[in-house]
Design a protein around this ligand. Sequence first.
Ligand code: IPM
Ligand code: SF4
Length: 471
Amino acid sequence: MAPRTLYQKLVDSHTVLRLDEQNVLLYADLHVMNEYTSPQAFAGLRERGLPVAAPAQQMAVVDHIIPTHPVAHRIIADPASALQATNLKRNCDDFGLAMFDTNDRFQGIEHVVAPEFGMVRPGMVVLCGDSHTTTYGALGALGFGIGTSEVEHVLATQTLVYRTAADMRIRVDGELAAGVTAKDLVLHIIRRIGAQGARGHVVEFCGDAISALSIEARMTLCNMAVEAGARGALIAPDEAAIRYVLERAVDMAGMEEAARECWRQLRSDDDARFDVEHRFDAAAVGPYVSWGTSPDQSIEIGERVPAPEAAQDRLERLALEKALAYTGLSAGVSLDGLPVQRVFIGSCTNGRIEDLRAAAAVVKGRKVHPGVRAMVVPGSGAVRRQAEEEGIAAILADAGFEWRQPGCSMCLAMNDDVLAPGERCASTTNRNFEGRQGRDSYTHLMSPAMAAAAALAGCITDVRHLESTLG
Ligand SMILES: CC(C)[C@H](C(=O)O)[C@@H](O)C(=O)O
Ligand code: SF4
């Protein structure tokens, strides 16, 4: 058999039917749903009188619209949002599907909850009506977002009509420096290859620097691969990934050895051919901050906002001009010292326990700047409880951070966690589009450590220089 990439192996092993040169009918092991992209799909099923084909392979959470106020019992005040949540509950009850409802102790962001329950496993195909489903590549599972009509098709058949992607390999060797994280690395990669740089491709990440990343950090990386246009991201499962899954997949008791054996095979053949290859040196990456309105408009903290004249082509120049006009920044300025009024730590990119630990390590014994409103929104109920048990929640709260309930929150501001016009936010999220966190507001993407440093300093600052910044 011709050598194959890991991606091709996963597609082959899930192909129910080859439809033509480009398209296959792909089997899904797991389908994850939220309240936002599933209602029409259920309506479609009801209209056609169809059952859900594989109820045990569905999981649903309320995450996008849920308020995050730190109260024991959450009530969704906005009527349209409340309806989305009750609809999801009714749909899941009617069709017999697992769901983490508004006040479930395990509720959280779908891409945080599914892996932490051991539902996502190496070799799986996981679908969800949400673009950041690429996160699951961290565990060697092919995950990608689908549209609402596809959600209906998956519910009805547990399959998807799928156009196969091309293969890209991104090798990252070397070591990340102290204070530099997977978030900085991925912003660096996106900046270099562009927000469309991986369009049409599934990216396999490999190299020493990738193997050295924790599973949480791998999730951050794969999560944001979609911001380079990738149709999926993969990291071949190693011992760390296998352990992560086996520790959580309670139903696999007694099958560990068989699973290990099988999951270890999940790698690209040595001579497999990739359509595109990129290489990066981890040691050359510094802490990153986005300055513009697309994740590729990001620079290292020591760099200056680029001038449109430096653009490679006309399109890029126009994009730079537009981003400068929106953000109110000028070419040539430094982001170091730029005041922020808000700090947001959370999201499916950086709302996991390790992210909260990193933020707490920076703020321990210090205080949030009086000019800043800072909030931490844990990725899930389990993350929230663990952070409380570890004393991280107390460190963050003592420093002046609001300690909130889990949800997507200010990542896209579909609840009442919204920036006011003109506010600037240091944010650990993944998208800095115009108005993403509130109309006429400005988002600066960065790592949890950098966001924590901004909260203390009242401005964007280099976390590595924190001592001197604070005097
Ligand atoms: C609402 C949803 C469809 C969307 C996505 O697909 O990613 C959201 O989660 C986002 O992050 O913008
Ligand atoms: S946390 Fe943000 S990126 Fe992730 S699913 Fe929610 S809205 Fe989308």
